[in-house]
Write a protein that binds this ligand. Structure first.
Ligand SMILES: [Zn+2]
Length: 344
């Protein structure tokens, strides 16, 4: 369903709301200062800087939320091979700025991981079974380099492959690591604790997923690989202009029609597209996990028109939602897919 608000009054109201929201986001972004010049991030732990979804989670932090068992793939294109590295109840869920593909303008770098803020000392769990390929300082600058921007890091090469690709997970800024190179780890095993080593101004886990594509390791959006919480789904898709070109560095709003919760979602920086650090199948330019199943409104300004569509998010699967400047938001098949089972 798509509605177009074209009367001047609606446009004025929508503009006003949009400006207030943008202002709020800017203030938040500004309040949380700067960062790690190597794809990394800042002070994500302060309660006072929480955005609405974080504030909501903070108040729910004692509620136990179970995630789906891995691997989970209810439809053949899903690949939730990895388990959450931090228990949901220990997590202050990340804000839009510190998700995958966000451009850190001040440093000219792109965030190619997911920031999971938690207090220092929180256990970090192996996302899947595999072999420890790196542990300690120096993943970027070379083993032992204590000035490494990633700080104390663990990298695991997982046993499960996807479409022939080897899958890796990377855990950064750790306080300490409890494993060493060559160790075999199981899913959920504690491999270290959350800390502040490396370039970071607050305790959080910077978490990356990479796949080996022929000879090269490519970054992937972890939100498409981590099994979501039970009764929660994942959304991804392509936000395109009317000519079918991706709108990069754009933002849109996802609002629940059942609760007062909403998310501001940023599309990827163009560099993610240039370096093909997208999912090989979804070819997405945004993704968001742990969205409670239910009915949502997707809204966005494009070309002077305010678009809004009501779309249902299903649990345990990737919900593929596109925007195109001529059709608005719609639930559809991934780019080039002929899979008719996708929406079942
Ligand atoms: Zn980060």
């Amino acid at each position: 369903m798509r509605r177009r608000y074209t009367t001047p009054l609606h446009i004025m109201l929508a503009t006003l709301i949009s400006m207030v929201m943008i202002f709020t986001i800017r203030v938040n972004a500004f309040a949380r200062s700067p960062l790690d010049p190597v794809k990394d991030s800042p002070n994500t732990s302060l309660v006072s800087n929480k955005q609405p979804e974080q504030a909501e989670n903070a108040s729910q932090s004692t509620i136990y939320v179970q995630h789906y068992e891995t691997p989970l793939a209810l439809t053949h294109q899903d690949h939730f091979l990895l388990a959450q590295p931090i228990l949901y109840e220990n997590l202050f869920w990340t804000s839009a700025d510190y998700r995958y593909g966000y451009s850190v303008k001040e440093h000219g770098t792109i965030h190619r991981g997911l920031d999971l803020p938690a207090i220092e000392g929180t256990p970090i769990l192996a996302s899947g079974e595999g072999k420890v390929e790196f542990a300690g300082y120096g993943l970027v600058y070379g083993a032992g380099a204590t000035n490494d921007p990633y700080g104390i890091t663990v990298k695991i090469k997982h046993t499960l492959k996807h479409n022939g690709h080897t899958v890796f997970s990377v855990y950064c800024h750790m306080e300490q690591t409890l494993v060493k190179v060559g160790d075999w780890v199981k899913t959920g095993q504690v491999i270290g604790t959350v800390g502040m080593t490396g370039m970071t101004s607050g305790p959080h886990l910077h978490y990356e997923v990479r796949i080996l594509d022929e000879m090269e390791q490519k970054y992937q959006n972890p939100e498409l690989w981590l099994a979501p919480a039970v009764d929660h789904g994942v959304i991804t898709g392509r936000i395109e202009n009317r000519y079918g070109y991706l709108l990069n560095g754009w933002n849109f709003i996802l609002s629940s029609l059942e609760t007062n919760r909403y998310w501001v979602i940023n599309t990827y920086d163009p560099d993610i597209i240039t370096y093909h650090d997208q999912d090989p199948y979804f070819q997405e330019n945004y993704a968001l996990t742990d969205v409670p199943a239910g009915k949502y409104e997707f809204t966005m300004w494009y070309n002077g028109v305010f678009y809004a569509s009501t779309i249902e998010i299903l649990p345990g699967v990737v919900n593929y939602i596109n925007f195109n400047g001529t059709r608005g938001f719609e639930k559809s098949l991934p780019h080039g897919s002929t899979d008719t089972d996708f929406l079942n």
